[in-house]
Design a protein around this ligand. Sequence first.
Ligand SMILES: Cc1cc2nc3c(=O)[nH]c(=O)nc-3n(C[C@H](O)[C@H](O)[C@H](O)COP(=O)(O)O)c2cc1C
Length: 218
Amino acid sequence: MRNIVLPHPPEYKSIRRWHRLLAVGLTCVSLTSGCVASSRAGDASPSSIKILVTYHSLAGNTERMAEAVVAGAQSVARSHVVLKRVGQVTADDLFSADAVVVGSPVYWSNMSGEVKTFFDNWQFKFGVFPEFKMRNKVGAAFATGGQVSSGKEVTMLTILAAMLGNQMIVVSDGGAFGASATTEADSPGIDDQELANARALGRRVAEVTKLVRAGSSH
Ligand SMILES: Cc1cc2nc3c(=O)[nH]c(=O)nc-3n(C[C@H](O)[C@H](O)[C@H](O)COP(=O)(O)O)c2cc1C
């Protein structure tokens, strides 16, 4: 029988979120409209890279991974990182980003409906086709799932497939297809190794994005 985790009470969730945000040292513009964080070396400038980290999360697990991805990306000089829930992403967030990292909880062995709707909206709301407006942006995926082997890799691969269909350059770290965490049963929540994998993914995305940007400016 699958153990489905219900959302935490709102008060507890918001206290946890504040602790986590303070811990990674993010500068939040607003918790509902998203957070913006820059590496110590500076803000968004012509020489900086912009990375959008976006996710869906009901019970907070995927959100924790997202924050670790942000911390990893932020550890690379001149990276400007925006953290938003998928439903909050605007056309400007998407098109001004050099890289997009997408995270989803596993729902029935695949990405959640919210994340799939986000990708569908690349066309319905943002009109990426036929110009392939996301072409040559860097992409990566992360996921959390209740069980050890019940859809995390499929979830990351379907996220990467949507990116490949948009002619993006996909990368991984933390695992073969991205960073993932098991959150229920014998492995409740997110452990230190899973957080380290998410940070590694964020860092690699930032490093590869700098290479792609440097190569495309010649
Ligand atoms: C509707 C639903 C379907 C789920 N299906 C799966 C599944 O197929 N495989 C799995 O490993 N976990 C499944 N889970 C568990 C979630 O993926 C897991 O608890 C995840 O960490 C939740 O992420 P969140 O805390 O960011 O909301 C499901 C949860 C829900 C609510």
